[in-house]
Design a protein around this ligand. Sequence first.
Ligand code: AHG
Ligand code: MN
Ligand code: MN
Ligand code: MN
Length: 333
Amino acid sequence: MQRIITIERFIIEREHEIPGATGEFSKLLTDIALAAKIVWREVSKAGLVDIIGSTGKVNISGDVVQKLDEFANEIFINVMQKGGHLCVMASEESKGLIEIPEELAKGKYVLVFDPLDGSSNIDVNVSIGSIFGIFRRVTPGGRGTEEDVLQPGRNLVAAGYVVYGSSTILVYTTGNGVHGFTLDPSIGEFLLSHENIRIPKKGDIYSVNEGYYERWDENMKKLVNYLKAEDKATGRPYKLRYVGTLVADFHRTLLYGGIFMYPGDSKNPEGKLRLIYEAAPLAYVVEKAGGRASNGFQNILDIKPTSLHQRTPLFIGSEEDVKLVEKFLQGKA
Ligand code: AHG
Ligand code: MN
Ligand code: MN
Ligand code: MN
C-alpha cells in the first residue's frame, strides 16, 4: 500500500531539491492544485449547470471558446493572481499578458497555462485537462513583460497537467522525477498515486488524427504507413489511440509509451498546438520521465518563442519512437 501523502505535503518534503527554491515556489504549486480542484468541481457537474456549450466567441487562436474554457481561465487567474509569487501570467485563453496588480507583482515566477485542454470534448463527457508551466522571471523587477514569457521550455523550473477523467490526476515535475496525484473527492485531496513515472523507451501505440492524412507531406504519410505495416520483428502494426484531448493522449503515452503526433500539414504548416501553453510544458514533463519531444527537426525545449500564441508541430513520447519519427520526417528513413 503506497504511503498516503497529499500533494501539499509532498511539495514541502521535496522543496529542498529545487535549487534556490523558497517557500514561495511550494505555495505556487499548492495554489495550482487548488485551482485544479475548483476546475474539477465545475467539470464534474458540467451538464447539470449551465457550464457546457459555447460562449459564441472565438479566441486569439481561432478556437471557439466554450463556457468552461472561460470559466477555467478565470479560476486560474483568480487563484494565482493574488498569491504574490508571480510577476506575470499568460494563458492560451487570454490574448495578451495577464497582468499582476503592481503591488503584488513582486514574485519571481512566471506562470503559463492552458486552462482547459480538449474543450471540444466537454459536452460529450470525454476526458479534458489543464496544462501549466512555471519559469523564473528574466527581467529585473516590477511587473513581468513578454520577455519573461517568451522563454524556451529548457528554462522551465516546473511543469505539469491535470486530466479530468474517470478519475482526476495531477502530474507534475520540478525536474526531479515526474509524480502523479489522484484526487480523492471524498476528502478533496490530491494523494500520491504515481511516484517517479518513467516512460517506456519504446511503445506500440501511435496517436494522430488520421482525418488529415491527405494534407500531410510524403514523409509523414510514409511514417504512418510504416507504423501500420505488419512486421512482428519490429512490433508492428502499432495500435492507434486518439482521444482528441492532448492531455489525455499524452497521459496514456507517458504511462504506456508510444508516440503522440500533431504534425503540420498543407492547411496548417505549424499544426494546431501552442508552443508555450501545450508543447513546451509537456515536453519538459516527458523529458524528465525519460522521453523526448520534437517538432520533427528540433527538440521542443530548445525552441525560443517569438510570439505568445505561436503554434508548433508536436511529436512527443518514447525516446526511440520520437527518434524514428525524426528520421522519417527528415527523409532519412
Ligand atoms: P484546446 O481545447 O486547449 O484548444 O486544445 C485542443 C487541442 C488538443 O487538446 C487536442 O490534441 C487537439 O486540439 C485535437 O485537435 P483535432 O480535433 O484537430 O484533432
Ligand atoms: Mn482552445
Ligand atoms: Mn489545449
Ligand atoms: Mn485550451
